[in-house]
Ligand binder design. Structure first.
Ligand code: SF4
Length: 316
C-alpha cells in the first residue's frame, strides 16, 4: 500500500518532530520552489484569517510581498476576522454562490467531521464502500480497526436530517477552484497533516508541492503542528485575530489561546462534540442574535438535541 505514497508516515513523523527553526527553513524552501515554477503572478495565498493561514501569510509576504492573498467571505466568520483581513493590502475577496441556509437545506450539516459526514451520506445511498465503512468492516466484511471509529457513528444513519461534507466544498473550495480556473493561479495553503486523517493521507500522497496533481497546490507547512503555529506567533510577535484572545502557557506546558482555539465558521458543528458543544455556549454569550439565527432559523438546535439524545457511543 505504501508505494503509492510520496512521503512515508515515518518521514512525516520525523518532519513533525523537527525544531521550529528547521521547519521554517523547509517551508521557505518549498514556497521558493513553488514560486520559481509559476512566478509570483502565477500563485496566490489562501487566507482565511485563522492563525495557520496568517502565519503562512506572514512567511510568504516576507519573501514575496506582491503575492496576492485570496479570502473567501462566507459571512460565517467572526466579524472581527473580516475586519482583521481588511487591514492587509492585495487581498482579493471571493463570495460563495450559495448561502449556508440553502446548503443545509440541500445537503445537510457537516458533522462530526468531513470524512464521517461524507461516508454517512454515501452509505445512506447504499454505496457499498461506505456501507462497509459505517459497519466498521473491510472489503472482505472483516472487522477493521481503523474503521471502528466510523461504526461508532453509525447511529447517524438514522438521523432525521441530512448530513454531508458538501458545506466546505460549496462555501469555501468551489469559489477558490473557480478563481483558479479563471486566473490560472495555483494556491499556497496552510493545511496541516495533523489536523485530520484526510489531510494526512493527502499529504502522504503528494508531499508539500503537488506539481503532478490535477489541482496543483503548495502545502508548505503541512508538517507543522498546532504548537509550532502558536510558538511562531509568540516568537515573531505577530498579532492574531481578536477571537483567539492571548496565547498563554497551559499547566501542561503547551501553548494555548485564551479565547477560541480555532476560528473558522461561527456556526460550524464540525468537532463541536469534542468539548461538550461549548462553542455554542460561547456563541450565545458573544451574540444572542447570531445564536438564535443558527439554532432556530438554520435548525441546529434540533440537530444538536437529536445528537445528544442519540449518542450510543463514546464519541471519538
Ligand atoms: S467550516 Fe463548517 S460551516 Fe464552514 S464551510 Fe466548512 S463545513 Fe461549512
Amino acid at each position: 500500500m505504501e508505494e503509492k505514497y510520496a512521503i512515508s508516515p515515518e518521514l512525516l513523523r520525523y518532519r513533525q518532530a523537527l525544531p521550529l527553526y528547521v521547519k521554517e527553513g523547509m517551508t521557505r524552501d518549498r514556497i521558493r520552489n513553488f514560486v520559481d515554477r509559476y512566478g509570483t503572478d502565477g500563485v496566490y495565498l489562501s487566507l482565511s484569517g485563522g492563525k495557520d493561514s496568517y502565519v503562512l501569510f506572514n512567511i510568504v509576504r516576507s519573501m514575496y510581498p506582491s503575492i496576492e492573498a485570496v479570502y473567501v467571505d462566507t459571512w460565517m466568520e467572526f466579524p472581527q476576522i473580516r475586519s482583521f483581513i481588511k487591514q492587509f493590502d492585495n487581498v482579493r475577496t471571493l463570495k460563495p454562490k450559495k448561502g449556508l441556509k440553502q446548503i443545509i437545506e440541500e445537503c445537510g450539516w457537516c458533522f462530526p467531521g468531513k470524512e464521517v459526514a461524507n461516508t454517512v451520506e454515501a452509505a445512506r445511498r447504499g454505496v457499498p464502500w461506505a456501507v462497509r465503512k459505517m459497519n466498521g468492516t473491510d472489503k472482505n466484511g472483516m472487522p477493521d480497526k481503523y474503521r471502528k471509529r466510523f461504526n461508532n457513528w453509525s447511529f447517524l444513519m438514522d438521523a432525521p436530517f441530512l448530513i454531508s461534507d458538501q458545506c466546505c466544498l460549496e462555501m469555501k473550495e468551489n469559489p477558490l477552484i473557480q478563481y483558479e480556473n479563471e486566473s490560472g493561479k495555483k494556491p499556497i495553503v496552510a493545511l496541516l497533516a495533523e489536523e485530520s486523517e484526510r489531510r494526512k493521507t493527502a499529504y502522504l500522497k503528494t508531499g508539500c508541492n503537488s506539481f503532478a496533481s490535477r489541482r496543483v497546490m503548495s502545502k508548505p507547512m503541512a508538517f507543522w503542528t498546532e504548537q509550532d503555529i502558536l510558538w511562531y506567533i509568540v516568537r515573531h510577535n505577530i498579532g492574531i485575530a481578536p477571537p483567539y484572545g492571548n496565547i498563554i502557557k497551559g499547566r501542561d506546558g503547551k501553548l494555548q489561546c485564551t479565547g477560541e482555539q480555532r476560528t473558522g465558521c461561527m456556526f460550524c458543528p464540525v468537532g463541536c462534540h469534542l468539548n461538550g458543544f461549548a462553542k455554542y455556549r460561547r456563541l450565545r454569550e458573544y451574540n444572542r442574535q447570531l445564536y438564535d439565527y443558527c439554532m432556530y432559523e438554520l435548525g441546529l438546535d434540533f440537530v444538536l438535541k437529536w445528537i445528544k439524545e442519540n449518542v450510543r457511543c463514546r464519541m471519538d
